[in-house]
Design a protein. Structure first.
Length: 193
């Protein structure tokens, strides 16, 4: 009986030591990005996953300048709305290729609070049968950034800005001209107060 008590005590002690190493109030995630003064909370982008888009009768639907079927997004040039039968999205059933017949763009103007911080997040990948590196320019608040990718799997991109006005343009513009595939985009969010 004493032997069983000793074994149970040893197991409990060992489990306690293992759990103590798993974290707690003083644990920190390695390589966690610093958010700084950015206030997190509400996603300001409508139709972040591009789910409110035409279903199409093929693997994708090409939308051109002036298209109104990608709810809350303004389309420039031409883009593809890709169904999950063509490209597995990061989540949901649809994603975007920034090149339809050529280089295209998507944009949305969101409500912001001047002086408040915002975090832009989205996933990038290569569309099917697309090789090499594809590029785009992100406009977010008063800043711009070059975005590039050469991998077929989804990769998260994160950018931080401080709003300077009560409305802010968020835009992704393909800079991969002369080709029929650009960056694939999904789950585009802008979090802030």
């Amino acid at each position: 009986m004493h032997m069983m008590h000793w074994i149970r005590g040893g197991v409990a002690l060992g489990l306690g030591l293992v759990l103590a190493g798993c974290g707690g109030p003083e644990s920190q995630e390695a390589d966690a990005p610093e958010v700084g003064a950015v206030q997190q909370g509400i996603n300001k982008v409508t139709n972040s996953g591009f789910e409110a888009a035409p279903p199409g009768s093929y693997n994708y639907t090409v939308l051109t300048t002036g298209a109104t079927t990608l709810t809350n997004w303004i389309v420039g040039g031409s883009i593809k709305v890709m169904n999950n039968s063509y490209k597995t999205p990061n989540s949901g059933t649809k994603s975007i290729d920034l090149n339809g017949y050529g280089a295209g763009s998507i944009e949305q103007t969101i409500s912001t609070v001047a002086g408040s911080g915002y975090t832009v997040r989205f996933y990038v990948a290569l569309p099917p049968s697309c090789t090499g590196t594809r590029n785009a320019t992100l406009t977010y608040g008063p800043s711009t950034a070059s975005v590039s990718n050469s991998l077929p799997g989804w990769t998260l991109r994160t950018y931080v800005f401080t709003a300077t006005t009560s409305s802010t343009l968020i835009k992704l513009q393909s800079t991969s001209g002369g080709v029929s595939c650009g960056l694939a985009i999904d789950d585009f969010t802008v979090d802030g107060p």
